[in-house]
Design a protein around this ligand. Structure first.
Ligand code: ADP
Length: 217
């Protein structure tokens, strides 16, 4: 079984991916994480992606697809199930993913769409804080730490993703509506799309995803 976890920025794709990977032995591929790692390592891809990510724009289809292919190629022989998080993000990327699935003999993915209203997305993103040391995540509005700026789990310093500023968040959401949401129409027609209300607790959302997988796969 291959899955695409789909949704706007802040819908909880990363959190739910972590849980799915634990439960179903899937290989998680987050193009956002891969791009951030490329930026940290100062690779050519990272250099091309950095300014775009900081502005809240999408990285080019060719660049991100090549990155995805390079991640899948060495893993394919040991992996039956991939969990795609943050890809496809444009209509073009849908056909690129189809081609990759054909090339690597992967079954076409089912798509789980996490729906969260816009007001919540803005608070989730602008309030998000991440521990620099243990990577635990908090939120100044919904899940504040006991001491401001200090991780509850390991006392490490909290950081903010550069693209979680108020201005870049607005741009990411605009780009989502313009370039990413149309992807839903394509998967809807193919009949492989499941949309869930992803506003509840992380446990609750996971239960819904779990139910879809158990019923259909
Ligand atoms: P979020 O879904 O919260 O925006 P991600 O970590 O998935 O976070 O992505 C962060 C940024 O990385 C995006 O705003 C975009 O610039 C870039 N990115 C990630 N995946 C893709 C993709 N499939 N196509 C183009 N750009 C991407």
């Amino acid at each position: 079984m291959n899955l695409v976890l789909f949704g706007p920025p802040g819908s909880g794709k990363g959190t739910q991916s972590e849980r799915l990977v634990k439960q179903y032995a899937m290989t998680h591929i987050s193009t956002g994480d891969a791009l951030r790692s490329a930026i940290r390592q100062k690779t050519e891809t990272g250099k091309k992606a950095q300014t775009l990510i900081e502005k809240g724009e999408l990285v080019g289809d060719d660049l991100v697809t090549e990155l995805l292919r390079d991640i899948i190629a060495p893993l394919r022989s040991n992996t039956d199930s991939f969990l795609f998080d943050g890809y496809p993000r444009t209509v073009t990327q849908v056909s690129r993913l189809n081609a990759i699935c054909d090339e690597f003999r992967l079954t076409q993915p089912a798509v789980i769409n996490l729906h969260v209203p816009e007001e919540s997305l803005i608070l989730r993103l602008t309030g998000r804080r991440i521990c620099a040391d243990c990577k635990s995540t908090f939120n100044v509005y919904f899940k504040p730490t006991r001491q401001a700026g200090v991780c509850d789990a390991c006392a490490g310093p909290l950081t903010k993703r550069v693209d979680d500023s108020a201005e870049t968040t607005r741009e990411r959401l605009r780009v989502y509506h313009e370039q990413t949401a149309p992807v839903l129409g394509i998967y809807g027609e193919l009949g492989a799309l499941y949309t869930i209300d992803a506003t509840g607790s992380s446990d609750n959302v996971f239960r819904k995803i779990h139910a879809i997988i158990e019923e259909n796969y």
